[in-house]
Write a protein that binds this ligand. Structure first.
Ligand SMILES: Nc1ncnc2c1ncn2[C@@H]1O[C@H](COP(=O)(O)OP(=O)(O)OP(=O)(O)O)[C@@H](O)[C@H]1O
Ligand SMILES: [Mg+2]
Length: 367
């Protein structure tokens, strides 16, 4: 069992508050990812959980026991960092066993744990090598192996893949997902890469400026972002935003007049909106289509396009000067400056109030 409860956790450095009151529950065997922009406090939060930093306020409970003031070694957690810092003069085998030797574990027990970790991480043929004889990905696997042999209650990862090249990151990402299945362990993983967050997590915690913006499954964050920050942060290319006003309100919904030149009818979802209220419409690149006909058409001007073969990301500008990205299946390359007509998929539009908070999720078209 490894269940973590975090209550009203705060942390300041030199009088400056960095973690501003975090409440979070992490269930046994869950893969939780902390994601957010650089400097938002992801590593600090992880280090508070690990006991590498003292809290300024609040409480951390592991399986019902208050561990807030316990030293790191007494917490039964293992951390894997971005810089894996293996012992260069020791073999892979010795790197894996060293912590257990220090803890005076039984020799046979150590050998068994090292063999187990080597099997899980496919390090068997590399056990007698020194770290300098390994690739970056192999070194990172040894660093993870050092955590595995300790059989921790929770694994803590701080951007473990960010020193690897793009192809290796994808491979290691899959290996971590497999590792989580195999070990059935609770894992907390920090990244600023939202693709890693989406692909690995059972639960994503989006942090911003030391606060939680939203906690949810990857699909909850994608389909029902609570606010514009999460909406813009999750999904690549990112969601486009169009300013507008409420044109009409009735019992079933509201009409939004978008400055870029279209009118949409959306349900209110119980929100208190009045005619004339400023709103922002959010639309993802995959929910915009090139179209000549349809109810929600908008004319835009093509900027540059990114042609990936399978898809083209076409960057455009609306007549009100707002940038949008459109995903077009296959290869399509409009001329720079060409006029295009786009239809908005109203079933997938998001609406935000003047404070950037989502209004009525999920939205469905009424007319
Ligand atoms: N020991 C420290 N003393 C003072 N300020 C610190 C200390 N550690 C972190 N900070 C500050 O706290 C804030 C959050 O830092 P943190 O390392 O948690 O960010 P992060 O979300 O992990 O960012 P990144 O994605 O760049 O790793 C930053 O503004 C940082 O400068
Ligand atoms: Mg960090």
């Amino acid at each position: 069992m490894a269940e973590l409860k975090i209550r009203n956790l705060t942390k300041g450095f030199d009088g400056l508050e960095i973690i501003k009151g975090i409440d979070l529950d992490i269930r046994d065997r869950e893969f939780v990812v902390f994601v957010g922009p650089s400097g938002c406090g992801k590593s600090t939060l992880l280090r508070l959980i690990a006991g590498l930093e003292d809290v300024s306020g609040g409480q951390i409970e592991l399986d019902g026991r208050d561990i807030t003031d316990l030293p790191p070694a007494a917490r039964d957690l293992a951390m894997v960092f971005q810089t894996y810092a293996l012992y260069p003069h020791m073999s892979v085998r010795r790197n894996l066993s060293f912590a257990l030797e220090l803890a005076r574990a039984d020799k046979q027990e150590i050998a068994r744990k090292v063999e187990d970790a080597a099997r899980i991480l496919e390090l068997g043929p590399l056990l007698e090598r020194k770290p300098r004889q390994l690739s970056g990905g192999q070194r990172q696997r040894v660093a993870i192996g050092r955590a595995i042999v300790r059989n921790p209650r929770i694994f803590l990862f701080d951007e473990p893949l960010s020193n690897l090249d793009a192809a290796l990151r994808v491979q290691m990402r899959l290996e971590l997902a497999r590792l989580h299945q195999e070990l059935k362990a609770t894992m907390i993983y920090v990244t600023h890469d939202q693709v890693e967050a989406m692909t690995l997590a059972d639960k994503v915690v989006v942090l911003n400026g030391g606060r939680i913006e939203q906690v949810g499954s990857p699909m909850t964050l994608y389909h029902s972002p609570a606010n514009m920050f999460v909406a813009a942060f999750i999904g690549t290319p990112r969601m486009g935003f169009l300013k507008g006003r409420v044109g009409a309100v009735n019992a079933d919904g509201c009409a939004v007049e978008v400055d870029a030149g279209c009118r949409l009818v959306l349900p209110l979802g119980g929100a208190a909106l009045a005619v004339g209220d400023p709103v922002t419409l959010g639309i993802r690149p995959e929910h915009l289509n090139r179209s000549e006909t349809g109810p929600c058409l908008m004319e835009v001007t093509a900027d540059v396009s990114e042609r990936l073969g399978s898809d083209t990301y076409c960057h455009v500008r609306t007549d009100s000067g707002e940038p949008l990205t459109v995903r077009i299946r296959g290869d399509f390359s409009p001329r720079y400056g060409e006029r295009l007509r786009l239809s908005l998929d109203v079933d997938h539009c998001h609406l935000f109030d003047r404070d950037g908070q989502a209004i009525g999720q999920p939205l469905q078209q009424v007319a």
